[in-house]
Design a protein around this ligand. Structure first.
Ligand code: GRF
Length: 191
């Protein structure tokens, strides 16, 4: 019997390397998700090119006003029957109401070993504090920033002479492994 894939949207704001990786993952026969929509709050996001390349519908919503933004997005996701939301480099903080409406249906990837280094500029802060390890975390999105239940983490050693750029590159490689794995973990558990 064919697996019924969950209708999924990926929210982006920029480069979109995780989006591309998730698109590839979603195309696999046994993937629990299909990516039906890419949503960007930035009309210039590079990730939109991946949506175009793979013929995935994309929508740009860039209202500055949070209420307006979320109303438009929510109505559109309902219209499109979306039941799962992956944040991938999405730079806005969602409101409690929005998160409540899609309770346990929104996940995010963050470039640090949470609960350490929530928020922005993680690699810079990690290096400044002379940490020995860093990594990335996939977690549920809750009203407190970068604080929801952790689904998976991956760790990497910080080597001598590590730079923000080299660390970001190493961490991104790990992100591309654990984001799909986390999605598998969620849906295998629920099926
Ligand atoms: C990633 O490092 C992710 O952890 C963070 O934003 C970055 C997005 O990169 N939330 P990309 O746009 O997926 O390449």
């Amino acid at each position: 019997m064919d697996l019924i894939k969950k209708n999924t949207v990926v929210f982006i704001s920029g480069r979109g390397s995780n989006l591309l990786n998730l698109i590839k993952f979603s195309k696999k026969k046994n993937s629990p998700i299909s990516i039906n929509l890419v949503l960007s709050d930035n009309p210039k996001a590079n990730g939109l090119n991946y949506a175009k390349k793979y013929n995935i519908e994309y929508k740009i919503v860039n209202y500055k006003n949070k209420k307006e933004f979320e109303k438009k997005v929510k109505d559109y996701l309902i219209k499109k029957n979306i039941c799962f939301i992956c944040l991938a480099g999405f730079m806005r903080v969602l409101s409690e109401n929005f998160i409540k409406f899609f309770k346990n249906k929104i996940i995010n990837i963050h470039p640090s070993l949470l609960p350490k280094y929530k928020g922005l500029n993680t690699h810079e802060r990690v290096l400044k504090n002379k940490e020995k390890f860093s990594g990335c975390t996939v977690h549920y999105v809750t009203k407190k920033l970068d604080s929801g239940k952790i689904i998976l983490q991956s760790k990497t050693k910080i080597t001598r002479g590590e730079t923000i750029h080299s660390l970001a590159k190493k961490v991104r490689k790990l992100e591309h492994i654990i984001y799909p794995k986390s999605i598998d973990k969620i849906f295998k558990k629920n099926n």
